[in-house]
Design a binder for this molecule. Structure first.
Ligand code: THU
Length: 161
């Protein structure tokens, strides 16, 4: 048996340590929570996608009485960006969540399905996506999806062509 260690390096930053563009993206994710429709969970999540040309596309979680029919903020934003700006690589993604009016002290992490979609968007454009997970006590920064989704299923695994 071979044991293999998988390392994941992320950074926890204060807002002041982020660039102005990143702070703006985090603010856009916080603002995006206003578009959340979450009457069931009452958990409001916002996401903001930064495109290579500087455009920011926002998304928020959208729920449905048939629970699995809803969609997370991250995928709402990423799919909107892909549909509206198909030629623009996604370079960064910020996520923020609140309960009531209070943003959470610790960042939330994208669910498994959203991680897979982030991975797919990285593959689509061949560019790693800088992920900024906002919490009032700090922002977790991941350089690409890899640290959050090691051993991921990707195009190469299908060995098509
Ligand atoms: N949710 C997101 O939008 N993003 C996440 O990263 C985690 C969960 C949403 C889905 C659902 O509307 C609510 O939060 C509770 O799970």
């Amino acid at each position: 048996m071979i044991e293999r260690k998988i390392e994941a390096i992320v950074h926890i930053c204060e807002m002041a340590e982020l660039s102005e563009e990143e702070r703006e993206l985090v603010d856009a994710a916080k603002q995006a929570t206003e578009g959340s429709y979450a009457p069931y969970s009452k958990f409001n999540v916002g996401a903001a996608v930064l495109l290579q040309n500087g455009i920011i596309v926002r998304g928020a979680n959208q729920e449905n009485a048939a629970y699995p029919s809803g969609l997370c903020a991250e995928r709402t934003a990423l799919f909107a960006a892909g549909a509206q700006h198909p030629d623009q690589p996604v370079v960064a993604l910020a996520i923020a969540a609140r309960k009531g009016r209070r943003f959470l002290p610790q960042p939330i992490s994208p669910c498994g399905a959203c991680r897979q979609v982030i991975s797919g968007v990285e593959e689509r454009y061949g560019v790693p996506i800088r992920i900024l997970l906002y919490g009032t006590e700090g922002v977790l920064v991941s350089e690409g999806i890899s640290p959050l989704l090691p051993l991921r299923f990707a195009d190469k695994d299908m060995q098509i062509g």
